[in-house]
Design a protein around this ligand. Structure first.
Ligand SMILES: [Zn+2]
Length: 356
């Protein structure tokens, strides 16, 4: 009898602790709007999609409205305890001087929590309104926004603005385990190291083109309108092909330029080589225009807005532009809501400034 009690208790417990709101891998929804819309557990449609920044501020006129909007998106109005994962409407609402302002107490594990815990907003003194404005500006501007601009727009210090942008960028990073299928364009490029802008004495000789002396190589794949990028140590065949084999389903069609590093792909894939150096840019309808268009967007953004080309942070900028590219068919308001759904993962200042 005692044993049965014990069993019952634990079965009930385990059922109760299942998180209902989030899909298995929330990051995945970034890449597929239709899945997001159809996902039974995320009802973005029931939440206001803002038409503009002004519209957002009309509706989210104070901190409480911002909190409610975030709760709706992340919990679907049924609080999830971040300590034990229990989701239920019955979690206690704790009041401070008779006013409830988003502090809950878990009915199961008895710990306290707010919707900010486990998100980029956790233990931040910056009001949600400023965060939301930053996210809206960041995700709607085609080329992003610099910390200098954000510091002026938000009336925060530039250090704070830089940290906010880093956090926002971090939670948009593509940590998705997905597999490309069908026709896949692959290409490599070199970012940064603008020799022309450098002092003559600091210029590195023969750094044009493929040199990694001053530029950082980035590899990219594009299929079905979705892009994936990775900062790579070099553009050797072994490096690039390892990524291709990990991300592209066997039997898919790979389209690349004539770079020697791609030799040997035809063993596992249909491989179309478009020999740009011979003036060919299309072969049987296959081309690499998509990924090349993405590269030029990335470079224009990094050079024009950020003026940054530090290899250490380059992967974040690549992720940022990939995120914007992959959600380009969404409205600004939809992308804003999606960003809030994905606002988990917190990057501390210490982690950010340490070497990665
Ligand atoms: Zn709990």
């Amino acid at each position: 009898m005692v044993q049965l009690d014990f069993l019952e208790k634990n079965v009930i417990k385990s059922v109760k602790f299942v998180r209902k709101t989030f899909p298995e891998s929330p990051k995945f929804i970034i890449f597929n709007k239709s899945i997001m819309a159809k996902h039974p557990n995320i009802e973005l449609d029931t939440t206001t999609v803002f038409k503009s920044i002004i519209h957002m501020f009309d509706v989210l006129s104070n901190e409480e409205e911002c909190r409610k909007h975030l709760e709706k998106l992340r919990w679907n109005d049924e609080p999830i305890c971040p300590h034990c994962g229990s989701q239920r409407k019955e979690h206690y609402k704790l009041k401070n001087k008779g006013v409830f302002n988003g502090l809950y107490k878990c009915k199961d594990c008895r710990n306290r929590f707010t919707v900010r815990i486990g998100t980029i907003f956790e233990s931040s003194h910056i009001p949600l309104r400023k965060w939301f404005l930053a996210i809206y500006l960041f995700s709607s501007h085609k080329k992003g926004i610099s910390s200098i601009q954000l510091h002026k727009d938000l009336d925060v210090t530039q250090k704070t603005a830089w940290f906010m942008l880093s956090r926002i960028r971090y939670c948009f990073s593509s940590k998705i385990d997905f597999e490309f299928d069908g026709i896949i364009q692959v290409d490599e490029t070199f970012v940064g190291g603008l020799n022309l802008n450098k002092n003559k004495s600091k210029r590195v000789a023969k750094s044009q083109g493929r040199s990694v002396k001053t530029k950082t190589p980035v590899f990219g794949m594009l299929s079905d309108g979705l892009v994936y990028t990775e900062v790579v140590p070099n553009t050797k065949g072994a490096t690039l092909k390892e990524i291709i084999r990990a991300k592209a389903k066997e039997g898919s069609t790979i389209v690349s330029d004539g770079w020697l590093g791609y030799r040997g792909l035809s063993k596992d894939y249909m491989h179309y080589i478009i020999e740009h150096n011979k003036g060919i840019f299309k072969k049987d309808g296959y081309h690499t225009n998509g990924i090349e268009g993405f590269w030029s967007q990335l470079k224009r953004g990094i050079i024009g807005v950020y003026h940054v080309t530090s290899p250490k942070h380059l992967h974040r900028y690549c992720d940022e532009f990939a995120y914007r590219y992959n959600t380009r068919h969404m409205s600004d308001g939809e992308r804003f809501n999606l960003s809030l759904v994905n606002s988990d993962d917190r990057l501390t200042y210490k982690e950010l400034i340490s070497n990665q």
